[in-house]
Design a protein around this ligand. Structure first.
Ligand code: MF3
Ligand code: CO
Length: 256
């Protein structure tokens, strides 16, 4: 069942969304050569506790890993797709493509968002990958309208990515969000005919999160049980927003 939120509940989700936005803006500015991913983690952790919120990812049980995630951020660099773990040993360098993903819970509701930033000078191909991935999210956001269907969102990401010659990660997908970090429906970045194709209704909130590889789509998980990487070592980019269906069109909760 897809849980629809009242206008009052959406206002609460808005506050979670804006906190996530502020954190990601700050981390995006901090992500320069020489900074460790641990420093990003500590900054995020402080901003979350100062706001009286709780991290969404730290302590979240992921069946595929068989354990709880230990950090407030996923920081996934270059060929890493998602679930990259912050570490004092990971030092950002020029040329890195860094995706930062975080979530919080505030007043009982979750917010979840991700962006990808460049450190110093990155390759032209990596620039284009970031651009196309972000564009695919923006185009999908515009489909989050009453009366459209879920597959309109999924197919919009899929078509834009394919048209530009990149590949869509299939193993990790977007999701509904509310009082839980992950609610129904699952939101693949491609049309999966095995899934339902519900109509979008006022009050639904979708966390749309394209993960796109510059090479092949295949993924693997490292021995640390978490870090998902591209099999061929190609770059991966990730952008995510939480978007509510309103009678005024899409409302992106995770940006001003
Ligand atoms: N944005 C991702 C998601 O919504 C990251 C989750 S990290 C986890 O699933 F550790 F919490 F799983
Ligand atoms: Co998410």
């Amino acid at each position: 069942m897809i849980i629809r939120k009242t206008p009052e509940e959406l206002e609460k989700m808005r506050r979670s969304g804006l906190l996530v936005y502020q954190i990601l803006q700050k981390l995006g500015e901090m992500a320069v050569e020489g900074v460790t991913t641990q420093e990003l983690e500590l900054t995020a952790e402080k901003m979350i506790s100062d706001a009286g919120a709780k991290p969404a990812f730290k302590g979240y049980y992921v069946p595929a890993a068989g354990e709880k995630y230990k950090y407030v951020l996923c920081v996934s660099i270059n060929d890493e797709i998602v679930h990259g773990m912050p570490s004092p040993k990971r030092i950002l360098k020029s040329g890195d493509v860094v995706s930062i993903d975080t979530g919080v819970s505030l007043n009982g509701f979750y917010g979840d968002s991700a962006l990808t930033v460049a450190v110093g000078e990155i390759s032209e191909q990596a620039k284009r990958l970031m651009k196309v991935t972000e564009e695919s999210l923006e185009l999908a956001i515009d489909k989050v309208r009453e009366g459209n269907r879920l597959f309109d969102v999924c197919s919009t990401v899929e078509e834009h990515v394919k048209k530009n010659g990149f590949s869509i990660v299939r193993e990790y997908v977007g999701h509904g969000i509310g009082t839980q970090l992950h609610e129904e429906p699952q939101i693949p970045n491609y049309v999966d005919r095995k899934n339902d194709n519900p109509r979008l209704r006022e009050g639904m909130v979708l966390a749309i999160e394209p993960m796109v590889n510059s090479g092949k789509a295949d993924t693997k998980v490292l021995k640390d049980k978490w870090t998902a990487v591209t099999k061929d070592g190609s770059y991966s980019a990730h952008f995510e927003h939480c978007v509510a269906v309103t009678n005024n069109g899409p409302w992106v909760l995770t940006r001003p």
